[in-house]
Design a protein around this ligand. Structure first.
Ligand code: ADP
Ligand code: MG
Length: 408
């Protein structure tokens, strides 16, 4: 059996016309001899009647405390609705399909409601239906605990579902269908000239995704990488070839878009970040302060980023919505923090960065020429980050895209 995973995101199933286009992709796979496992997201985006965010707002706009278990039950509904509609769409084309919830598909998770981790997939649950010649439509973003509680997998969870099933069933490929024609050098909503990448490595894409590129969830990339299952990002509404994500070495890649030719693969951005600054007067108390601050954040379940311990101060970032809470925790601990909300993080990502001197210098110069103030910076062998004011974010991404000629 040649198993192919086909995942359709929220915009790909948002209207009868779009679902019909998705169904054509599924029908084409059947025509090529594949047994498709179709992973479905909820219909539409925030504000749409059956979108997950709409369900969440329905209760959270009235009640500040919603039990996590019940919230997961509520959040799992969007994919069930969408999946049921998709099965009918397929049926209308003469394709026999069956809808399986996460639990029915054998996706077993831990009991961390809202952010559950998949611990096992009982493959026979899906295989049984494929062997009967049916298309298995599986609700994305959800699973079930060993004792039958419904859980959800956190943001981007449908990508994770698709990748995990792909690995469990040893699929030939995992196709992520979305509303753009592949992974691009930057978010096309910000950079009009962004170019589609033909081939990229799992590492580069996982980095880009961790740095804020919303196109795919990093966890999904990391799962596919474990068994080297090719991941393809394609468009539901066109026949463009899309982006192939593999571990291919540069000299093995075919075509003009050689992985090894590029220094920088792409630029990602994350808006809505708060920079926190704590001045430390004497050097001796700094080590103790660092320990206390980050322990305090960890105990409050606040994830921190961009930590920079300098001679007279400690800097780090949190998401804007957590800023006030982080500040009040710090004040309660006796610190005098300053918070600067509305910042954005820009990341240049590329496996070639480490080998080429001057990338950071070029970046700094370009930002200065475009009047973008750098609030903080850091780098690793594959990524260079800068923190800027949110109002400078678009100019920063656009000017860097141009400087490093990513459109070519
Ligand atoms: P889906 O509902 O299909 O999961 P998403 O909204 O999660 O769709 O992802 C697709 C969107 O990701 C695109 O519409 C695009 O605006 C955005 N995006 C962000 N960064 C990139 C990038 N580097 N390449 C392509 N798309 C990107
Ligand atoms: Mg998505």
């Amino acid at each position: 059996m040649r198993i192919l995973i086909q995942k359709f995101g929220g915009t790909s199933v948002a209207s009868p016309e779009r679902r019909a286009q998705a169904a054509v992709k599924i029908s084409e796979a059947v025509g090529k001899g594949y047994s498709p496992v179709v992973v479905i997201s909820a219909i539409g985006r925030s504000g749409d009647p059956y979108a997950t965010d709409t369900f969440i707002k329905m209760v959270t706009s009235i009640y500040s405390e919603v039990p996590k278990r019940e919230l997961d039950l509520l959040m799992s509904c969007g994919e069930i609705i969408s999946g049921a509609v998709m099965v009918s769409t397929l049926q209308s084309l003469g394709l026999e399909a069956v809808l399986l919830t996460g639990g029915q598909a054998g996706i077993i998770t831990n009991d961390c409601f809202g952010d559950a981790k998949i611990i096992q997939i009982k493959q026979e649950k899906i295989l049984k239906h494929l062997e009967e010649g049916k298309i298995a439509v599986v609700t994305g973003f959800q699973g079930m605990t060993e004792d039958g509680q419904i859980t959800t997998l956190g943001r981007g969870g449908s990508d994770t579902t698709a990748a995990a099933i792909g690995v469990a069933l040893n699929a030939e490929a995992i196709d992520i269908y979305t509303d753009v024609e592949g992974i691009m050098t930057a978010d096309p909503r910000i950079v009009e000239e962004a170019r589609i990448l033909d081939v990229v490595t799992y590492n580069d894409i996982s980095n880009l995704a961790h740095q804020g590129a919303k196109i795919i969830h990093p966890r999904a990339v990391e799962i596919a990488m474990q068994k080297n299952i090719p991941l393809r990002v394609k468009c539901t509404f066109s026949d463009a070839p899309g982006t192939l994500v593999t571990n291919m070495q540069p000299d093995m890649a075919e075509g003009s878009d050689l992985i090894g030719d590029r220094i920088i693969t792409g630029i990602a951005h994350t808006p809505n970040i708060t920079q926190i600054k704590i001045n430390i007067e004497d050097e001796d108390s700094k080590t103790q302060a660092v320990k206390r601050i980050f322990k305090g954040m960890a105990l409050a379940d606040i994830s921190v980023d961009f930590i920079s311990v300098q001679q007279d101060k400690i800097l780090y970032t949190v998401r804007d919505e957590i800023g006030d809470r982080a500040v009040s925790i710090l004040k309660n601990m006796g610190f005098e923090p300053e918070a600067f909300p509305n910042c954005a993080k820009i990341a240049l990502v590329g496996g070639g960065i480490a080998d080429v001197p001057g990338v950071m210098a070029d970046m700094v110069e370009t930002l200065a020429d475009n009047d973008v103030e750098i609030l903080q910076s850091a780098d690793s062998h594959t990524t260079i980050w800068v923190l800027v004011k949110k109002e400078h974010m678009v100019a920063a991404v656009q000017s860097l895209h141009k400087k490093f000629q990513l459109e070519k």
